[in-house]
Design a protein around this ligand. Structure first.
Ligand code: AR6
Length: 166
């Protein structure tokens, strides 16, 4: 089941939350900052041991003080106008996140709108990619959450998930 939730991903009681990280995995602003604050300093220590993460890839850590057992740190692309492989890189980091979730036995997973904040991806371009990959993994999870930080994002995801949506 794919569910749209409007709110702060750090509060969600799911097996795994996905972080919109950067290649250094050293924390940052946006959802990354929120996840590091809520998980506590052990998260940064765990990230340091991972040696960074390529764009389009993802890495796994425990969730420490989060309600979620795992954090999957996914690195989306910076928007450069659309001809620099952004769509493919974004799709890869969603797929890789699902792969890691399956490997650690997660049955529920929540995603933020990766790449659509500081990295500047157009909301609808990114949401269509996200929803397509969520749909193709729906059967393997009990719960897939599209966690939207504001009402406009939640409306966008709901419209893309509506039956018969183009
Ligand atoms: N819960 C859910 N969604 C959130 C939250 C939250 N607590 N906070 C923000 N969002 P961004 P990016 C939404 O900028 O574009 C960081 O500095 C936000 O409204 O967090 O992939 C990293 O360290 C937006 O829709 O991630 C990287 O350097 C979405 O999360 C860089 O930003 C993604 O926005 C990554 O940029």
């Amino acid at each position: 089941m794919i569910e749209v939730v409007e709110g702060d991903i750090t509060t969600l009681a799911v097996d795994a939350v996905v972080n919109a990280a950067n290649t250094g995995l050293r924390g940052g602003g946006g959802v990354d900052g929120a996840i590091h604050r809520a998980a506590g300093p052990q998260l940064l220590a765990a990230c340091r041991a991972l040696g960074g993460c390529a764009t389009g890839d993802a890495k796994l850590t425990p969730g420490f003080e989060l309600p979620a057992r795992w954090v999957i740190h996914a690195v989306g692309p910076v928007w450069r106008g659309g001809d620099a492989g952004e769509a493919d890189l974004l799709a890869r980091c969603y797929r890789r996140s699902f792969e890691l979730a399956l490997e650690c036995g997660a049955r529920s997973i929540a995603f933020p709108a990766i790449g659509t904040g500081a990295y500047g991806l157009p909301k609808e371009v990114a949401a269509r990619i996200a929803v397509g990959i969520m749909r193709s993994h729906e059967a393997r999870f009990e719960r897939i959450v599209a966690c939207c930080f504001d009402a406009a994002d939640a409306r966008l995801y709901r419209s893309l998930l509506a039956p018969g949506a183009p």
